[in-house]
Design a protein around this ligand. Structure first.
Ligand code: SF4
Length: 359
């Protein structure tokens, strides 16, 4: 037995006949009805049900089920196979005329891709008036539905009543009535950003490692390792954070970067989307859009992380300083007299030493 795709669920089934009135056809039908909706049956599956005594009897039972529209015959890789119809649907199909049934079968063939009314006219050879009447009758009997094609709104597409139209027809989960659903996209994008940020970054207080002791120790080590003071790098003095409640983002260590699959799973787990089916390809489309918007960064072909905004980047460098402005030499009255040799040099200057933190 093979399970059909999830986008073509079988419609609800009506009650089967009472057990005492069951013939072999009903027994076979009921056994098939126990399988999940949309299951495709092959001859070997029917043989394993042990309802018919031999192949000839089995084929006769199957033909009876097909004739009464309880099953439909299909071909898969040059092998005949069968799919169950609900008793309701079969009863409706028995009640319609030959033209309507022909149209129904053509619409059934294309499944959720839908068929254009002009294609139906070409394939059936019916006049526009007869075709329109048949389609109306099938719609009234709740066997088919008419949907608008978002790419060609003037094209009327028809598909079976119980099927969800394909993304090509209705535009996928990010579109409503042919237009992008900005509200939905914004909400889901925010959820994605929060999740990816949580997985890739860690939020810490600003200046967490910026202590006076750390700055002095670092500078001392640098000065002691430098033979000529002029080769010494500028020191970064301690600057306490202006707002101790502010936080910034730092990359997580040993991070498992989120993938399209894990992001989609998170969105589905929190149950924020109702009444729409989101596939991995739909989520990929949204993630690509977010990369272009600069909200996500693609680290590898399949992994993402959020982009740190300018505020976080600034926070991370809070306390950084410009040595040209901060050094005492900038306002020194004897700057012109200070040199490598003589009475006034950086080696003997107390202001410079104090600024370095070596005094
Ligand atoms: S005397 Fe000291 S502060 Fe003035 S320029 Fe020289 S090193 Fe800089």
């Amino acid at each position: 037995m093979a399970s059909a795709s999830a986008d073509s669920p079988a419609p609800a089934r009506e009650e089967s006949p009472a057990p005492e009135t069951l013939d072999k056809k009903d027994i076979l039908y009921n056994k098939c009805a126990q399988a999940p909706d949309g299951t495709v049956f092959y001859q070997r599956d029917f043989v394993n049900m042990h309802v018919a005594e031999n192949t000839t009897a089995l084929m006769r039972l199957l033909q009876e089920l097909v004739d009464s529209h309880l099953m439909k015959t299909m071909m898969w890789e040059n092998q005949p196979c069968w799919k169950l119809r609900s008793r309701d649907e079969a009863a409706k199909l028995r009640a319609i005329n030959a033209d309507e049934r022909h149209i129904y079968h053509l619409i059934d063939e294309v499944q959720n891709a839908g068929i254009w009314i002009r294609a139906l006219r070409q394939r059936t050879g019916l006049t526009q008036m007869v075709l329109t009447k048949c389609l109306k009758s099938l719609e009234t009997k709740a066997l088919i539905q008419c949907v608008m094609n978002v790419k060609n709104p003037s094209r009327k597409m028809y598909l079976l009543k119980h099927l969800e139209p394909s993304a090509e027809i209705v535009g996928g989960p990010w579109q409503t009535d042919g237009d992008y659903d900005i509200g939905l996209i914004e909400v889901i994008s925010n959820v994605v950003v929060r999740y990816v940020e949580h997985e890739t970054w860690i939020r810490v207080p600003v200046g967490m490692n910026n202590t006076r002791e750390a700055a002095v120790a670092k500078k001392k080590a640098q000065v002691q390792a430098t033979r000529d003071i002029e080769d010494a790098p500028a020191v970064q003095p301690f600057r306490p954070p202006l707002n101790r409640n502010r936080t910034t983002l730092l990359p997580r260590s040993n991070v498992n970067l989120p993938t399209c699959t894990s992001i989609l799973q998170h969105v589905l787990d929190i149950g924020i989307i109702k009444g729409k089916v989101i596939r991995e390809s739909d989520m990929e489309q949204l993630l690509e859009m977010m990369v272009l918007d600069g909200r996500l960064e693609k680290i590898t072909p399949s992994t993402y992380r959020t982009v740190r905004d300018a505020k976080d980047a600034d926070d991370d460098t809070e306390g950084s300083w410009n040595g040209f402005v901060d050094a005492p030499c900038g306002t020194c009255p004897v700057f012109e007299l200070c040199g490598d040799e003589g009475d006034i040099t950086a080696r003997t200057c107390v202001y410079f030493a104090e600024w370095l933190g070596t005094e």
